[in-house]
Design a protein around this ligand. Structure first.
Ligand code: 5GP
Length: 185
């Protein structure tokens, strides 16, 4: 089955970058017809939903990574300046923590440095960033305590396009309030 799925999935990934979910859905149907891949054939809607969502996420992450090279401002700069409203959970002179607009758990808070100083992503960290990195991690613990999830939570950093990073201003996701699974997706 793996061999049968390999070709259609790569076609879908290749074509989806500039096309809509509807197009992906059509391509997926054609692939099902052409290759008769058994599980794709038996449960097409489930696969279409999953493939469509993850493909869109990957495509947007690659676009975000391309524009990150400019080092320009991101949406988080507007959140820091309060130009865009956010639900702030914790703030000090170095760190801001606010609720994610698209929560993936009952508690989903983003913890960011107020001054980016080149930290578009963790992979850009230099020795001089060690202090702020520690402060961000400690702030994540403070957020977890404040949110009442100290018994179990996850702190995530998506670094780069292969991890689907979409905003190029370093941020830690603090997720909790439900049972987390491992391995993560
Ligand atoms: P990444 O995918 O880069 O690891 O995470 C970026 C996060 O920022 C996403 O979870 C996304 O939902 C969140 N996000 C993007 N734009 C906004 C916004 O305008 N406000 C808030 N609160 N979160 C945002």
């Amino acid at each position: 089955m793996a061999a049968a799925l390999k070709v259609p999935l790569s076609i879908i990934r290749h074509r989806c970058v500039r096309r809509s979910s509807a197009t992906v859905r059509t391509i997926c149907s054609l692939s099902t017809f052409t290759f008769q891949a058994s599980s794709l054939y038996l449960r097409p809607q489930r696969y279409v939903r999953h493939i469509s969502a993850s493909v869109n996420e990957e495509a947007s992450a690659r676009l975000a990574a391309d524009s990150a090279e400019s080092g320009g401002p991101t949406i988080f700069d507007k959140i820091i300046s309060k130009e865009i409203p956010s639900s702030i959970v914790y703030e000090d002179d170095k760190v801001l923590a606010f609720r994610d607009i698209n929560p993936q758990a009952p508690v989903h808070v983003l913890v960011i440095p107020k001054v980016r100083d080149g930290l578009t992503q963790l992979g850009k960290a230099q020795t001089r960033h060690a202090e702020i990195l520690g402060q961000l991690l400690y702030a994540s613990k403070v957020v977890a305590d404040k949110e009442g999830i100290a018994d179990g939570y996850r702190v995530v950093i998506n670094n780069g396009p292969s991890a689907c990073q979409s905003v190029y201003h370093l941020h830690l996701h603090v997720l909790g309030g439900r049972q987390m699974k491992w391995p993560p997706g």
